[in-house]
Design a protein around this ligand. Structure first.
Ligand code: SAH
Length: 215
């Protein structure tokens, strides 16, 4: 059985937020979301006491829940506001999805691992998180059906920037994507016009790979 959320957990979350502030995270809304979300419930109960370390952990299917600093850094770069439509590639445990929900976004998210997709779809509503749409499929294609998006966040390492993701951004929209093969460079694209994109790079991070389907 999953453990509950207790005052002890809340205390550990506060310490985690202090660590993130020390590492340079400034966005109050992002910090508030992390202070609130019971990260330990997104992981196997066996990790219970470690859930609030600033580390990635396994979540099954060879995947990991991203390090809190990485989640905070990417969320901050997205610069979203309440009501913005956001697409996430790589639902995984649903932790980043929950952060986006806390930020007031209309969240769309794609996961290619059936096992994680099913588990997270059932789990998020139990914590009161209701993303607009969770999709089982290939994130390289984005989610054309609901485009354009104000923000797109990729939570796996992409060997290159998938064209559909740029195409599905609205003008003024932001794509946050780690690009490269181990490590990746955190990259932000801002869509300036139909054809122009501004590119900014933010140093190295380590992600599990964004996998490409063979068919
Ligand atoms: N946001 C997640 C991070 C999980 S790790 C969290 O906070 O837990 C990255 C996730 O991307 C994994 O769940 C992996 O299965 C998924 N993934 C990898 N390649 C993908 C693809 N092509 N399309 C969609 N999801 C993909």
């Amino acid at each position: 059985m999953k453990s509950r959320d207790t005052l002890k957990h809340a205390g550990k979350r506060k310490q985690l937020v202090d660590v993130l502030i020390d590492k340079g995270i400034k966005d109050e809304y992002v910090l508030t979301a992390i202070r609130k979300i019971p990260r330990h419930l997104f992981m196997d109960s066996g990790f219970g006491d470690h859930a609030y370390q600033d580390k990635a952990f396994p979540i099954g299917a060879d995947q990991t829940i991203s390090q809190p600093y990485t989640v905070a850094f990417q969320s901050e770069l997205l610069e979203v506001e309440r009501g913005d439509k956001v697409l996430e590639i790589g639902t995984g445990s649903g932790y980043q999805t929950a952060v986006l929900c806390e930020l007031g976004c209309k969240v769309y998210s794609i996961e290619r691992q059936q096992e994680l997709f099913k588990k997270t779809k059932l789990f998020l509503p139990k914590l009161g998180y209701r993303p607009k749409h969770l999709s089982f499929g290939d994130g390289y294609k984005g989610l054309e059906e609901f485009a354009p998006y104000k923000g797109i966040i990729v939570t796996a390492g992409a060997p290159y920037v998938p064209k559909p993701l740029l195409a599905q951004l609205e003008i003024g929209g932001r794509l946050v994507i780690p690009v490269g093969n181990d490590p990746q460079v955190m990259t932000l694209f801002i869509r300036k016009s139909e054809t122009k994109f501004e590119k900014h790079e933010f140093g190295e991070f380590r992600f599990v790979p964004l996998l490409e389907d063979k068919n």
